[in-house]
Design a protein around this ligand. Structure first.
Ligand SMILES: [Fe+2]
Length: 128
């Protein structure tokens, strides 16, 4: 593994850990029980992703709190109609970020596919 690949994988691992905490805190904040249940499930899946990356880096990282504070605050301030598209966009962004890494490390393929589904799932929470 190159230095750059390690750097990319560590950033991904950190991002997944931060997402676990963010989705848990968001689940604590949202009003709709369906949203809550969805975000708890996404948190669990981001946890699996973090473990996939940890398996490649062999490093133990700690989640950073910033997103887990900012996103529930945004829920209160701008509301779900404006927040959820931002979350979905960041999930779709992860798909693009993981594409080249998944070619090099095949175990990341399913992680990448989950992020696409997460984007769709969060978008669907805005449906009727
Ligand atoms: Fe993820």
């Amino acid at each position: 593994m190159t230095k750059n690949e390690m750097k990319t994988l560590l950033a991904a691992q950190q991002g997944e850990l931060d997402a676990v905490l963010m989705y848990k805190k968001l689940a604590d904040t949202v009003k709709d029980p369906r949203d809550k249940e969805t975000f708890l499930r996404l948190a669990a899946e981001e946890g699996r992703h973090a473990r996939v990356f940890a398996g490649l880096t062999n490093k133990v990282l700690k989640p950073k709190k910033a997103l887990s504070v900012a996103v529930p605050l945004l829920y209160r301030v701008i509301g779900k109609k404006r927040l959820y598209p931002i979350i979905a966009k960041s999930e779709y962004g992860a798909v693009d970020t993981y594409k080249p890494v998944a070619e090099r490390f095949p175990e990341i393929e399913s992680v990448k596919n989950d992020e696409k589904r997460h984007g769709d799932t969060v978008t669907a929470l805005l449906g009727k």
